[in-house]
Design a protein around this ligand. Structure first.
Ligand SMILES: Nc1nc2c(ncn2[C@@H]2O[C@H](COP(=O)(O)OP(=O)(O)O)[C@@H](O)[C@H]2O)c(=O)[nH]1
Ligand SMILES: [Mg+2]
Ligand SMILES: [Zn+2]
Length: 335
C-alpha cells in the first residue's frame, strides 16, 4: 500500500510530466476565463464534479450534460464527486459559485506527506480480493480499517469465483465468514464469467462507490464488466513505479447503466494507514468497539496488561484471534 520511493531520474521525469500537465491545464483555464469574461450567466443550478483539471473542472448537470467550468474566487479546491452550484454562460461552459457540504472525503498523502483531497461524497468502498493472487486476510483487514477511518462503509467483494470448484468455494466462504459475522456485506463474483454481477449491481445502485484492493485481483476487469465501452485498462503493471504509460493521475466519475456511480482513481485505490494512530487502528476493527475504553488501564496495549477487555473478549469468543493478530501486525507496522 505504501508508495515505492522513486529514484532521482524517475522523480525528475515524474515532476516533468506533472509540470507539462499543469502548464496545459493553466493554458486551458486562461482560455476559458477569456471566453467567460463579460458573458451573461444563467440561473444558479446544481451540478456534480466529474473530473478536475488544474483551475477548471468538468461538471455534470441534472440532465447528464457535461460543462467545463471555472471556479469563482475564494472557492475551496474541488475534487471529483463534489456537489456544487454553478451558472451557465451562453457558450455552455460556466462558473462554479458554491460547494455543497461534503458527506465524506477521501484524502491521500502527496509526495511531501501532506494530505490532499482526492474524491468526495463516496457512499461505499468495495474492497476487492480474490483466490489469485492468494487471499490475504491481513491485507483485507488493512483495507477495511483504512475504510473505517474514512467513515465510508466498506463491502467485501471476492472476485474470480470461476477459479474455484464447489469444495474450494465452500472453503473460501468459511475463511471470509468472519466478515459477515462482524457486519460487512460480502459478495462473490466472477468478472470473467459474469457470475454474481446482478447482486453486485444491486449493491452499487443509487450509491457512489470506489474499488480498492491489491493489484491483480480484478478491479479493472470488474469495472469493465460493469461499464461496457469505457475501456478501463486490464492487467496494468505500472502501479509500482507510478510512471507506467497507462498510469493516469486523473480521478473520474462514471455512471453505471443500472444506476449508481463509480469514482475511479489510482490514488484512491492505494489509500493507506500511514497517518493512523494506534487508537484509530483499534477503532477501525469494528468488533473491538464495544470493548475499547473498558480495559483496566486506559493506555492498555491489549498485550500483557491485566484486566484487558479486548483479550477477555477473545477468550469468550466475541473477537476472533486472527483479527486481533491483524490488529497487532498493523500497529507494529506503524512504528
Ligand atoms: N479467472 C479470472 N481471472 C480474472 C477475473 N477478473 C480478472 N481476472 C484476471 O486477473 C488479471 C488482473 O486483472 P485486473 O482487472 O487488471 O486487476 P486489477 O489490477 O485489480 O485492476 C487479469 O489477467 C484478468 O484477466 C475473473 O473473474 N476470473
Ligand atoms: Mg487495474
Ligand atoms: Zn486492553
Amino acid at each position: 500500500m505504501a508508495r515505492r520511493k522513486l529514484n532521482r531520474r524517475q522523480a525528475w521525469r515524474a515532476e516533468k510530466v506533472q509540470q507539462e500537465r499543469r502548464a496545459r491545464a493553466e493554458k486551458k483555464s486562461a482560455k476559458l476565463s477569456r471566453e467567460l469574461e463579460g458573458s451573461e450567466l444563467g440561473p444558479e443550478q446544481p451540478g456534480r464534479i466529474i473530473t478536475r483539471y488544474g483551475a477548471s473542472v468538468d461538471l455534470e448537470d441534472s440532465e447528464g450534460r457535461i460543462h467545463r467550468c471555472l471556479l469563482r474566487q475564494n472557492m475551496p479546491s474541488l475534487v471529483c464527486g463534489d456537489r456544487v452550484i454553478w451558472q451557465q454562460a451562453s457558450t455552455g461552459n460556466g462558473v462554479v459559485v458554491a460547494m455543497e457540504p461534503r458527506k465524506t472525503l477521501l484524502e491521500r498523502p502527496n509526495a511531501d506527506g501532506h494530505l490532499k483531497p482526492v474524491a468526495a461524497n463516496i457512499d461505499q468502498i468495495l474492497v476487492v480480493a480474490a483466490p489469485l493472487p492468494a487471499l490475504d486476510l491481513g491485507l483485507i483487514d488493512r483495507y477495511l480499517v483504512a475504510a473505517e477511518l474514512t467513515g465510508i462503509p466498506p463491502v467485501l467483494l471476492i472476485n474470480k469465483t470461476d477459479l474455484l470448484d464447489d469444495e474450494l468455494l465452500d472453503y473460501m466462504r468459511e475463511r471470509v465468514a468472519v466478515y459477515s459475522e462482524i457486519g460487512y456485506p460480502v459478495l462473490f463474483v466472477s468478472a470473467c464469467q459474469e457470475q454474481g454481477l446482478a447482486a453486485l449491481k444491486e449493491q452499487l445502485k443509487d450509491r457512489t462507490s470506489i474499488f480498492v484492493g491489491q493489484s491483480g485481483v480484478g478491479k479493472s476487469s470488474l469495472i469493465n464488466a460493469l461499464l461496457p465501452g469505457q475501456d478501463i485498462r486490464v492487467g496494468e503493471l505500472s502501479d509500482a513505479s507510478g510512471l507506467g504509460k497507462h498510469t493516469t493521475t486523473t480521478t473520474v466519475l462514471y455512471h453505471f447503466p443500472e444506476g449508481g456511480e463509480l469514482i475511479d482513481s489510482p490514488g484512491v485505490r492505494a489509500f493507506g494507514l500511514e497517518h493512523a494512530t494506534r487508537n484509530q487502528i483499534a477503532d477501525g476493527f469494528v468488533e473491538f468497539r464495544p470493548y475499547l475504553g473498558q480495559c483496566k488501564f486506559n493506555d492498555c496495549r491489549h498485550q500483557v496488561e491485566p484486566g484487558c477487555a479486548i483479550r477477555a473478549a477473545i477468550e469468550k469468543g466475541a473477537i476472533r484471534p486472527e483479527r486481533f493478530k491483524s490488529y497487532l501486525n498493523i500497529v507494529e507496522s506503524l512504528d
